[in-house]
Ligand binder design. Structure first.
Ligand SMILES: NC(=O)c1ccc[n+]([C@@H]2O[C@H](COP(=O)([O-])OP(=O)(O)OC[C@H]3O[C@@H](n4cnc5c(N)ncnc54)[C@H](O)[C@@H]3O)[C@@H](O)[C@H]2O)c1
Length: 333
């Protein structure tokens, strides 16, 4: 672990007129580490806070070479986070650390609330103690429940149907509360199904990572039900572009869907990944899982209007990059 980038380097960057100080929670995770790389590339100073519960130090290999980066191995609920923010004074806090599994949240709602509700309150308290201008928060399409219309508009009614969805929505409400209390600006980004390099095939969230892993290793892949369930797959570089934009003076107090608006069925996704891998497109089938949403896609138009954001990576290209990354990782083991 490196010390925070020092005050001297802060002054140097301020003089050059480049760079904000951005604190990224969950910065060793799949999306968080990609965001760290992007922010460093943009010339910012970055501290990642992560307890490495699902994140991975290897994700930060490239970031660790930068003198403008430090990782703090810390639980977001640890009071040390508040001291760290008070000392380092981040201008923006990007809050991505979370318990991310819907199924785990159903099995243990108290654990989910401890990480996602108490954790968010702690991060916001740190942002306030550090005098942050803004917090950018990673929410989820889970907050929409079973949407009435697809693609789901940005102003759709929320209907949380899992403790995970409830805890994400609670995070959104806390942002508004801290704005009312302390004037801290915020933007909520509602992420659809994010995929790309660094996503773990363990757990339930990353079906792209799960299919890629199985097809590269020649282990069975499973499509549930008729394979007609749809999701909206968004490439991780596009998602972090949304965060990078929201760190600026745009999207004040708003919530924006980051997705493509395009539905892809599980079966079609399997075919695309099998093609990218060069493997037979022959998934096993299993009965549909209880509680799985039949369809999801979100309307990203308001994000274009407010943040100038649009998805730029089509699914075939994004899957190709993901498969290449997974193949390289496999061959380096
Ligand atoms: N991946 C998706 O498709 C998706 C979709 C919607 C929303 N999101 C949200 O985006 C965010 C990032 O998700 P991801 O896919 O990169 O998951 P991830 O598991 O790779 O990243 C989460 C990171 O948070 C860290 N973390 C967890 N609890 C912590 C704690 N108490 N203290 C400090 N660090 C902690 C983990 O170690 C991990 O590095 C999450 O908030 C998630 O809910 C993700």
């Amino acid at each position: 672990m490196r010390r925070p980038p020092g005050r001297r380097s802060q002054r140097r960057d301020e003089k050059r007129g480049v760079g904000m100080r951005v604190l990224v929670t969950g910065g060793a995770g799949f999306i968080g580490s990609t965001l760290v790389d992007r922010l460093l590339q943009d010339g910012h100073e970055v501290i990642a806070v992560d307890d490495l519960s699902s994140g991975n130090r290897d994700n930060l290999t490239s970031a660790a070479r930068s003198p403008r980066f430090a990782l703090h191995e810390l639980d977001i609920r640890d009071p040390a986070l508040i001291s760290l923010a008070a000392e380092w004074r981040p201008e923006v806090v990007c809050h991505l650390a979370a318990q991310i599994s819907v199924r785990k949240s159903v099995a243990d709602p108290v654990h989910d609330a401890r990480l996602n509700v108490e954790g968010t309150a702690s991060v916001l308290t740190a942002a306030q103690s550090g005098g942050a201008r803004k917090v950018v928060f990673a929410s989820s399409v889970a907050v929409y429940g079973r949407p009435e219309a697809i693609p789901v508009p940005g102003n759709a009614t929320t209907d949380p149907r899992s403790p995970y969805a409830a805890s994400k929505l609670s995070g959104e409400i806390y942002l508004a509360t801290f704005k009312a209390l302390y004037g801290i600006d915020y933007t909520t980004l509602v992420l659809s199904n994010v995929y790309g390099p660094r996503q773990s095939p363990e757990g339930e969230a990353g079906v792209v990572a799960i299919f890629t892993d199985g097809l590269l290793n020649g282990t069975p892949t499973v499509v549930y039900g008729e394979g007609t369930q749809t999701r909206d797959y968004i490439f991780v570089d596009d998602v972090v572009d949304g965060f990078a934009r929201a760190c600026g003076d745009v999207g004040s107090g708003g919530r924006f869907n980051l997705g493509t608006g395009v539905e892809t069925t599980d079966r079609a996704l399997h075919t695309l990944i099998a093609q990218a891998v060069g493997a037979p497109d022959e998934p096993a089938t299993a009965p549909a899982r209880l509680g799985d949403l039949p369809a999801m896609a979100v309307d990203p138009a308001p994000a274009l209007e407010a943040l100038g954001w649009r998805p730029r990576t089509d699914l075939t290209t994004g899957l190709k990059m993901t498969v290449e990354w997974a193949r390289t990782r496999l061959s380096s083991r």
